[in-house]
Design a protein around this ligand. Structure first.
Ligand SMILES: [Zn+2]
Length: 324
């Protein structure tokens, strides 16, 4: 029921120091909406052509991509947000940053002129995704509500960051917005203990941040990650009947991408567990657990070793395997 067509390239910008310069140019399928234009924005540039970008072509700083009818991925450098135009207005996940949110507001106005911002939703409390709500409120109204999982509330109140205000309402297990056009799901602890997964049933589309992505290693040494809870959370994600999924980083994916992510963490756990049981130190484990089946994944060169070290620490901490 969703018509797709091949479209232009998306690649991580080389201007982002956290993005390796050898990031591959990636192609995604986008929804074509009759005569409307699927590519709805490019920061300061022309619409991407059907040719992959050459190595010398820096991708635009931001990009708004229609991923389903009325649903948009807003990418700012290496971070993705999602916003949806619903019967009750626009719902916007993750302002990303003060600077990003100013452009985010412009992009919402451009693709949905005249629409109200019905709510802001935090995928989780981490500042690199959630900062900037007040900028959106300055653009759309100071009383725009902010929704988040309950566990996001306390850390945000304690941090008292004016650029990252706490939610105005929270949920525990699930929350429905826009009369059910958007669902929020809590799947347990994963990358943090407050991840809200968005699901748009009419579009078979999900938005999940930081605990899953498409063929990409987990962030650095997985310090904030909860194992073995991660396995349950990813399995829970797969129980949601999405077909397309937008991630907090990198290109969109499908169910197979999430299954690969789950397999990766299972393989990492098993490999490091074997090294621990053989008595290997963290350094020895980092030198021998090379996860070569994943050498083609994004961030292999800089995060493979850190993922292995992080898992080793988790498995050797008190209450091995249950550590935070
Ligand atoms: Zn995070």
């Amino acid at each position: 029921m969703i018509r797709k067509r091949s479209s232009g390239p998306i690649s991580d910008p080389i201007s982002d120091p956290s993005i390796p310069r050898n990031s591959r140019t990636l192609r995604v399928s986008l929804v074509a909406l009759g005569a409307s234009v699927a590519w709805v924005g490019c920061g300061g540039g022309e619409a991407p052509s059907d040719e992959p970008a050459g190595a010398a072509d820096a991708p635009p700083q931001f990009e708004t991509t229609e991923v389903a009818e009325g649903v948009y991925q807003f990418r700012w450098i290496g971070h993705n947000a999602l916003f949806a135009v619903t019967s009750e207005g626009v719902f916007a996940f993750d302002p990303i940053s003060v600077e990003a949110a100013a452009t985010y507001a412009e992009e919402i106005r451009r693709v949905a002129p005249g629409a109200e911002l019905a709510a802001i939703v935090y995928s989780h409390n981490h500042a690199d995704h959630a900062t900037g709500a007040e900028v959106l409120r300055d653009a759309f109204g100071a009383d725009v509500p902010i929704y988040a999982h309950r566990n996001a509330d306390a850390p945000l109140r304690e941090s008292a960051n004016p650029d990252l205000p706490p939610p105005t309402a929270t949920f525990d297990e699930t929350m429905t917005l826009a009369g059910g056009e958007i669902e929020l799901h809590y799947l347990g602890r994963s990358h943090s203990d407050d991840i809200a997964v968005g699901f748009l049933p009419a579009h078979d589309l999900a938005f999940a941040v930081d605990f899953v992505s498409r063929d990409r290693f987990g962030y650095q040494d997985l310090a904030s990650f909860y194992f073995p809870d991660m396995f349950d959370a990813i399995e829970g994600l797969l129980e949601i009947p999405f077909e397309t999924i937008v991630f907090g980083h990198g290109p969109p994916g499908d169910r197979a991408a999430v299954e690969r992510q789950l397999t990766y963490y299972r393989d990492l756990d098993a490999a490091v567990r074997g090294a621990v049981e053989a008595g290997l130190s963290e350094d020895e484990t980092a030198e021998t657990v090379l996860m070569e089946d994943y050498s083609h994944w994004d961030r292999y060169d800089d995060w493979r070793e850190l993922n292995v070290r992080g898992m080793h620490r988790k498995l050797t901490a008190a209450g091995a395997g249950e550590s935070e």
